[in-house]
Ligand binder design. Structure first.
Ligand code: GDP
Ligand code: IMO
Ligand code: MG
Length: 458
C-alpha cells in the first residue's frame, strides 16, 4: 500500500520527521515533486540530517526514489549522497528518467528574475526550480534520461542554451559565464549521466513502484513544500512551481490515482504557522524584513503588528528553531490558520493528521487560532481563490487556554492521554474542523518525541 505525506500549510511542517517515523514500515520512499528547494530534517540517534533532495527514508536504509515530477540538480544529488556516505550511511537512490534536470542556467535565471520581479517575487530558494518547470512545460527541458544519451543531450542543449543566454543578456542585461556555455554544460552533464548509469540509479518510476507494490512492498510518498505553496492551490504567485498536493503524488510518480487513493493521505500540520518567503499572511505575528509585506523597520513589525506580537513571534521563532533549513532565513511566524487548513483538507482528502510542534507553544497563557476570515464584510471559512483577496482577509481569532511545558519525552512514551488536557482540546478542535483523525502528535524534533496514535501501515 501507499502512504502519502503532504504538507498542509506553507512547508516546514515537519514532514521529514513523519516520513522517518512511519517510514520504518515502508520499503521504498519516493519524492513526487520539487527539488532541492526542500529541506527535510530527520533526527536519528541524536544526529541531525538535513536533506534537500535525497528522500528522507534514506537515513534508515530505505530505497529512495526521485519521481518524474521532481526536478533534479545532479550536483546537489551527488553531494548529498557523498555526504551521507561520509557519515556512514549507504543511501540507495533511484531517479526517474522522466524527471527534469536543473541546469546552471536555471539557477542563474531564478536569481535574476527574483531581483527583477520586486513585489511579485516569491522569495524563492534560488535553486532554479521555477525556470526548470517552465522549460518542462515549454517542452524545451532536459530530462534525466537525456543525460544518458549524449547525442540527445547535445541536441537539447543546442536548442535551448542560446535562448537562455539571450534572455539573460538581452532581456535582463546580465553578463553570462560558463553556466550558459553549451560545451561546458555538455561535458559536465554527460559525466553526471555516466555516474547515474554506472551506479545503476535511473528507473522508470511508475513501473518500478508498481512492481514493488505488486510484490507486497509498502511505499511512502514524501511530499515537499505544502498545500499553500502549490502552483494551482496555493497563494499564487508566491508559490513554488509544482504540485505538493496529493494529486501530485499520482502525476509525479506514475502510480494511478486509485493506487494513491486506496492508501492513506496524511496531512502534516504545524501547530502554528511558519513561512519563508513573501506574500500576505493573515495570522502573522510580527514580521520579517524583506519577507513581510509593508514591513515597518521603525517598529520592527509587519502591517499593524505591535511590539507584543513581535516579542511573541521572536519567542516562537527561537523556541521552534524557525530558520530556513535550506537558506537559513528567519521564518515568518503566525497563529494557526484554519481556513488554510480547511482548504488543504479538501484539496488533499486527508485520511489522517500529524500535528507537530505542540511543545513549542507550551507555556503561553493563551493560544490563538485564526478560526475564520472576515472578507468584504462577510465571514468565510476557507481561502478565497486569489491572493489579492486573501490579502484583504482579516482573521477572526478563537482563543484556547495554554498548556504547560512538561517532560515531553515522557508524554510520548505514555501516549495521547498524557498530553496536557488543554493541548488535547486544541488538537481535537483541529481534528473536528478538518474531519480527519489525529494519527500522531509531534512534541519535539526527535523521533521518540512523537505521540503515535495510529500507524497507517497497520
Ligand atoms: P519539513 O520541511 O516539513 O520536513 O520540515 P523542516 O525539517 O524544514 O522543519 C521542521 C523543523 O522542526 C525541524 O528542525 C524538525 O527537526 C523540527 N520538528 C519537527 N517536529 C517537531 C516537533 O513536534 N517539535 C519541535 N520542537 N520540533 C519539531
Ligand atoms: P519543505 O519541503 C518552505 C518557498 C520559498 C518561496 C516559494 C518558491 O522544506 O517544506 P522555490 O525555490 O520553490 O521556487 O520558492 O516557496 N519554499 C519553501 N518554503 N519549505 C519548503 O520546502 C519550501 N520550498 C520552497 O521560500 O517562497
Ligand atoms: Mg523544510
Amino acid at each position: 500500500m501507499t502512504v502519502t505525506i503532504v504538507g498542509s500549510q506553507l512547508g516546514d511542517e515537519g514532514k521529514g520527521g513523519v516520513v522517518d517515523l512511519y517510514g520504518d514500515a515502508a520499503d521504498v520512499v519516493a519524492r513526487y515533486q520539487g527539488g532541492d528547494n526542500a529541506g527535510h530534517t530527520v533526527v536519528h540517534d541524536g544526529e541531525k540530517y538535513k536533506l534537500s533532495l535525497v528522500p528522507s527514508g534514506a537515513v534508515r536504509g530505505k530505497i529512495g526514489v526521485l519521481g518524474n515530477g521532481c526536478v533534479v540538480n545532479p550536483e546537489t544529488l551527488f553531494d548529498e549522497i557523498d555526504t551521507l556516505r561520509e557519515r556512514g550511511l549507504e543511501p540507495d537512490v533511484r531517479v526517474s528518467e522522466r524527471a527534469h534536470v536543473i541546469l546552471p542556467y536555471h539557477r542563474a535565471l531564478d536569481g535574476i528574475e527574483e531581483e527583477e520581479k520586486e513585489d511579485l517575487a516569491a522569495g524563492t530558494t534560488k535553486r532554479g526550480i521555477g525556470p526548470t518547470y517552465e522549460d518542462k512545460a515549454g517542452r524545451r527541458g532536459v530530462r534525466v534520461g537525456d543525460l544518458l544519451d549524449p547525442d540527445t543531450l547535445r541536441e537539447r542543449l543546442e536548442y535551448v542554451v542560446p535562448q537562455k543566454k539571450a534572455l539573460a543578456e538581452e532581456v535582463f542585461d546580465k553578463e553570462t559565464g560558463e553556466e550558459f556555455d553549451i560545451d561546458h554544460l555538455y561535458e559536465t552533464y554527460r559525466e553526471y549521466g555516466e555516474r547515474l548509469a554506472e551506479e545503476g540509479m535511473t528507473v522508470d518510476c511508475g513501473t518500478f513502484l508498481q512492481n514493488r507494490i505488486d510484490a507486497g512492498d509498502n511505499v511512502m510518498l514524501e511530499g515537499a513544500q505544502g498545500t499553500s505553496l502549490d502552483i494551482d492551490h496555493g497563494v499564487y504567485p508566491y508559490v513554488t512551481s509544482s504540485n505538493p498536493t496529493a494529486g501530485g503524488a499520482t502525476v509525479g510518480t506514475g502510480l494511478g490515482p486509485t493506487v494513491i487513493g486506496d492508501g492513506e493521505v496524511i496531512g502534516i500540520v504545524k501547530a502554528y504557522l511558519s513561512r519563508v518567503g513573501t506574500g500576505p499572511l493573515p495570522t502573522e505575528l510580527g514580521g520579517v524584513e524583506g519577507q513581510t509585506p509593508d514591513y515597518d523597520a521603525a517598529d520592527g513589525a509587519g502591517d499593524g503588528a505591535g511590539a507584543d506580537e513581535e516579542a511573541l513571534a521572536t519567542a516562537i521563532r527561537d523556541e521552534g528553531g524557525e530558520y530556513g533549513t535550506v537558506t537559513g532565513r528567519p521564518r515568518r511566524v503566525g497563529w494557526l490558520d484554519m481556513p488554510m487548513l480547511r482548504h488543504a483538507a479538501r484539496a488533499n482528502g486527508f485520511t489522517g493528521l500529524a500535528v507537530n510542534h505542540i511543545d513549542v507553544l507550551s507555556g503561553l497563557d493563551t493560544v490563538e487560532v485564526g478560526h475564520s476570515y472576515e472578507f468584504d464584510g462577510e465571514e468565510i471559512f476557507t481561502m478565497p481563490p486569489t491572493t489579492e483577496q486573501w490579502g484583504r482577509c482579516e482573521a477572526t481569532f478563537k482563543s484556547f487556554d495554554g498548556w504547560p511545558d512538561v517532560d515531553w519525552t515522557a508524554v510520548a512514551e505514555d501516549g495521547y492521554e498524557a498530553i496536557p488536557e488543554n493541548a488535547r482540546t486544541y488538537l481535537e478542535y483541529i481534528s473536528d474542523e478538518l474531519d480527519a483523525p489525529i494519527y500522531a502528535v509531534g512534541v519535539g524534533p526527535g523521533r521518540e518525541e512523537t505521540v503515535v496514535v495510529e500507524n497507517p501501515y497497520e
